[in-house]
Design a protein around this ligand. Structure first.
Ligand code: BES
Ligand code: MN
Ligand code: ZN
Length: 501
């Protein structure tokens, strides 16, 4: 789909030929003299329309308006959240088969870049269609979306960010949605290699021989039950000086999780194809970085394999040696995510990261704790935790910090190894995080448990592309902070907008 940004006052929006014109009307709207303004003012006056987020008034073939359909949409306080809410509430109109061209026009005197970013993302989210494995899959109908604003140069950055995020989120959704037989570890590796065509991105893929040489005994234990060969994917984005410590992202890439010998029950087991959504989010972040080219270094690590039951599969009670040298009693083969992650976390240390962030559909317990609204956030560093939480709130991809008291690690004790891979049922998302923490040492580390947020079940079944937006927001913030010291930052921004104007 093509997005365009245009300086477009309401008077000019009336002349835009399209199938759907969405007029975003903020609270306290000040009408001009044009036809659309008068229409909005009249509807407000009669109470047929209120400018609250999520409120709409649809109209058809309005005189003096070129669009076939017009929807007045309440914009409330004009925040990014309100933009998103009101456009997603229009989802069915945006996704309708007769909607090829949409114009979203901000009927406000000033618009924030974040609001335009939110608009671009919401239109993409509403119109997304998965087609890869459908023989008659109807591709996305929407082919063009114009964002109309009072001053295009003032919001260009937010618009570009939105377009890059759409590409990243849609890549993550695509790989999340693909069935496991169309998203094997090797195919994920190919997708990562394809990203290396983008500027400043490199990709290396390691197979079993290299993983064995590295001593990744926990990762190999999970993979050994499957006929599909494992892959260890290593992506790099080099946006800053080589001496700059990178942020390392580690994505859980279980392309299918049967549970292994500790096999899962049949109902809804198909959803375990989404168990690589952490990996997909890393791919999505790199896709967005390739577009945005921020001045920062990022490493992406993806341990990818299937978790299957087999004659050769790892068994409950087996003890394996992780790359860190710590031994693990695998009491439950369904707690496999932490096993592939722990070796990737150990490997990450070689990059001397400024921050280490892992992203994983790790525990059903996290779904119980936080549902599908906020991802679980665990961190051994308050500054990193605050930055992640802040990034999530800003990007409308929120997370919530959970505790890491050492008392939670009690249940991981084992009589036969340095640790077991599971504790009791209580506090399951926290004990999983405590397990991971044993592999990060003093490195500032955050763990995002996205089991509840990476996909939706039921009739809306499908991946969400979360938390790509959170992670990109975090990285852009880090890049900004690295380039401009806090005092100079305000000045350089002001200079930029003068140059742009
Ligand atoms: N991939 C699952 C986590 C999961 C379960 C995500 C349900 C979304 C919905 C993970 O590998 C797993 O099976 N975790 C177990 C851990 C348990 C054995 C300690 C779980 O959550 O039940
Ligand atoms: Mn599992
Ligand atoms: Zn899993």
């Amino acid at each position: 789909m093509n997005f365009d940004l245009k300086t477009l006052p309401l008077a000019a929006a009336a002349a835009e030929k399209c199938d759907l014109l969405v007029v975003l009307v903020p609270e306290g709207f000040k009408p001009g003299k044009d036809a659309l303004s008068s229409l909005v003012a009249l509807a407000l006056k009669h109470g047929d329309f209120v400018a609250k987020a999520g409120k709409h008034l649809p109209m058809y073939q309005v005189p003096a308006v070129a669009a076939r359909r017009v929807v007045l949409a309440g914009l409330g306080d004009s925040s990014a959240r309100a933009v998103r809410q009101t456009l997603l509430a229009l989802g069915s109109a945006i996704k309708a088969p007769q909607t090829r061209r949409v114009v979203v026009c901000f009927a406000a005197s000033t618009v924030a870049p974040d609001a335009v970013n939110a608009a671009v993302q919401a239109v993409a989210e509403a119109s997304y269609a998965y087609t890869t494995t459908k023989s008659k899959g109807e591709p996305r109908v929407l082919s063009r979306c114009i964002a109309g604003v009072p001053d295009a140069t003032a919001v260009r950055e937010g618009f570009d960010r939105g377009v890059a995020l759409v590409a990243g989120v849609e890549l993550a959704r695509e790989w999340g949605n693909r069935p496991a037989n169309h998203a094997t570890p090797s195919l994920l590796a190919d997708a990562a290699k394809a990203l290396a065509k983008l500027p400043r991105i490199q990709c290396k893929v390691h197979g079993l021989a290299e993983v064995a040489r590295l001593g990744m005994g926990a990762f190999m234990a999970v993979a050994r039950g499957s006929e599909e060969p494992l892959r260890f994917i290593e992506l790099r984005y080099n946006g800053a000086a080589r001496t700059d410590a990178p942020v390392v992202l580690v994505g859980k890439g279980i392309t299918f999780d049967t549970g292994g010998i500790s096999i899962k029950p049949a109902p809804e087991m198909d959803e375990m194809k989404f168990d690589m959504c952490g990996a997909a989010s890393v791919l999505g972040v790199f896709r967005a970085l390739g577009d945005l080219q921020p001045p920062i270094n990022v490493v992406g690590l993806i341990p990818a394999c299937e978790n299957m039951p087999d004659g050769r599969a790892v068994k409950p009670g087996d003890v394996v040696t992780s790359m860190s040298g710590q031994t693990i009693e695998i009491l439950n083969t369904d707690a496999e995510g932490r096993l592939v992650l722990c070796d990737a976390l150990t490997y990450a240390a070689r990059f001397k990261p400024s921050a280490l962030v892992d992203i994983a559909t790790l525990t059903g317990a996290c779904v119980i704790a936080l549902g599908g609204v906020r991802s679980g956030l665990f961190a051994n560093n308050d500054a990193l935790a605050d930055a992640m939480q802040q990034a999530g709130d800003t990007a409308l991809d929120p997370c919530w910090r959970m505790p890491l008291d050492d008392d939670y690690a009690e249940g991981l004790k084992s009589n036969f190894a340095d640790m077991g891979n599971v504790a009791g049922r209580a506090g399951g998302s926290i004990t999983a995080a405590k397990f991971l923490q044993k592999f990060v040492g003093e490195t500032p580390w955050a763990h995002l448990d996205i089991a509840g947020t990476a996909w939706k079940g039921g009739t809306a079944k499908g991946s969400t592309g979360r938390p790509v937006a959170l992670l990109v927001q975090y990285l852009l913030r880090q890049a900004e902070a690295a380039v401009a010291p806090p005092v100079a930052r305000g000045r350089s921004k002001a200079k930029k907008s003068v140059e742009a104007g």
